[in-house]
Design a protein around this ligand. Structure first.
Ligand code: GLN
Length: 482
């Protein structure tokens, strides 16, 4: 038992060490944290080298140079990004974000920098020629976007339904494969995607014309907004801004999809695709493992505590344990993650780094399951054992610690191994709060090369390999403990 305790303490210190030394925790070191969309070319997209480029990205970089500030970029879905700004989790958003009257109530925007409007796109051979052909059909829109608002506004009039997607690529793909008949998207973005080989065509004139702006939470980060505006004025004045726009939209401009497509030509096998992206995949995998290990160790400790509380003589302790387990086993993990990452900071105004929020989510969710099987394990030790120990004169606490618990813990080992594997899989949910773990890495790679089938196959295989290795390791440990 003592040895057990020592190894548990050692593991916990390691876990806390990783948590504290995690780069995400030091997100405050650069001056600002700025969010952007996962993929919204030509404004933002990840290149095959893993860096973020596009009009917004190049503009931000130039402005930061001129205005002497540094920033850490946190790409996430547009919708999560908007919420992250409101929660104070990030300082600003540059994501081809439309300045709308609705948003002006919650955001302060910088100088408008690009004029846009919303168009509808269908497949090349579609029979849908305009809005009036949409009756009874389903269209695609991006969650939280101005395009989605517009679609909702006119959906009654034209009698169509809407399906929502978190990123533009998945949305285009849905239309291309025929699940939905059309997509509502910003004109420059749709036109660019088509020019780069997306097999859709625009069938309406731009509607709801609006400008893009850099956004901060209303009343917050005035300094950053000022710097942005001053820097923006400077790059407009010296022609840098035009150069940036030309870089992506001018003649002979950078064709990121063609670049990727050329590479994809060469990537005829999964193996070559893997080779091309191995550094991104490796970084994603490491993040997944970090989350899993830190998560399971801390959740293990929390769960054991809950389990012990659940078998204490005190009614209050048992009630407390049951309530906590009830709440956190009942909440979907995604809701819990958003509640911690977006909800709590919204209330307290205190930032919680994504990695920390992810680990807390794992602790609460996995910990509840662990608590349940730990107290179940203790309860399943034959009650005669406790009675015998007590009749030998051992006080309750000692009888539990020396007689009941060691037997109970042995029964629980398979459940712990199971929970370990579940935790690893559950980390993929944390991609939603912008942690670039293995699943999010897959999304980013697909946004670039549109190789949906191969990339997801590869990601699935990676999860399976790691899970197999971890299962072997756990079985080995199990044998040694027994
Ligand atoms: N311009 C749109 C909006 O602000 C879409 C932005 C985006 O999807 N990144 O809602």
């Amino acid at each position: 038992m003592r040895k057990w305790l020592m190894s548990l303490i050692a593991l916990a210190s390691l876990a806390i060490g990783v948590l504290i030394s995690s780069p995400a925790v030091h997100a405050a070191t650069p001056n600002y944290t700025i969010t952007t969309d996962t993929t919204f070319p030509p404004f933002e997209f990840q290149t095959d080298k893993g860096d973020y480029r596009g009009i917004d990205m190049d503009m931000l970089k130039e402005i930061s140079k001129r205005e002497n500030f540094t920033y850490k970029l946190k790409p996430m879905s547009f919708n999560a990004g908007v919420q992250a700004v409101q929660a104070g989790q990030v300082d600003g958003i540059v994501a081809g974000m439309s300045i709308t009257d609705e948003r002006k109530k919650m955001f302060d925007f910088g100088t408008p920098y690009y004029k846009s409007g919303i168009v509808m796109a269908t497949t090349d051979k579609s029979k849908i020629k305009g809005l009036s052909d949409l009756k009874g059909k389903t269209v695609a829109a991006k969650t939280g976007s101005a395009g989605a608002d517009y679609a909702r506004e006119i959906s009654k009039k034209y009698g169509f339904k809407i399906t929502y997607f978190n990123d533009s690529n998945t949305m285009y793909n849905d239309v291309a494969i025929g699940n939905t008949v059309a997509a509502f998207e910003d004109q420059p973005v749709m036109a660019y995607a088509i020019k780069q080989g997306t097999k859709l065509k625009i069938v309406t004139d731009p509607a709801k014309g609006n400008w893009y702006g850099f956004g901060v939470k209303k009343g917050a980060n005035t300094e950053l907004l000022k710097k942005f505006n001053t820097g923006y004025a400077a790059i407009v004045k010296d022609g840098t801004y035009d150069k940036i726009v030309n870089r992506y939209l001018g003649k002979g401009s950078y064709n990121y999809k063609k670049n990727a497509a050329d590479k994809v030509e060469k990537q005829t096998t999964i193996w070559s695709l893997f080779n091309e992206n191995k550094s991104a995949l490796f970084t994603g995998l490491v993040k997944t493992l970090e989350l899993t290990l830190v998560g399971i160790v801390l959740a293990g400790i929390w769960g054991i505590l809950l389990g012990i509380l659940g078998v204490m003589p005190s009614k209050f302790a048992r009630g407390l344990s049951t309530t906590i387990i009830y709440i956190f086993r009942g909440l979907p993990m995604l809701v819990l993650a958003f509640f911690i990452y977006i909800g709590i900071p919204n209330l307290t105004g205190q930032k919680i780094p994504a990695f920390t929020a992810g680990v807390i989510t794992l602790i609460l969710n996995e910990g509840a399951y662990i608590g349940a099987f730990v107290s179940g394990g203790f309860k399943s030790v034959d009650s005669g054992q406790l009675e015998a120990a007590r009749s030998l004169g051992l006080p309750y606490g000692k009888a539990m610690r020396k007689v009941v618990m060691p037997q109970g813990i042995r029964l629980m080992i398979p459940s712990f191994i199971n929970q370990f594997i579940i935790t690893l899989k559950d980390t993929s949910i944390l991609s939603a709060i912008g942690i670039i773990e293995l699943t999010q890495t897959g999304t980013l790679i697909i946004a670039r090369n549109l190789q949906g089938f191969r990339v997801w196959l590869m990601i699935a295989a990676l999860y399976l390999i790691v899970i197999t290795l971890l299962t072997w390791l756990s079985n080995w440990v199990e044998k040694r403990i027994k």
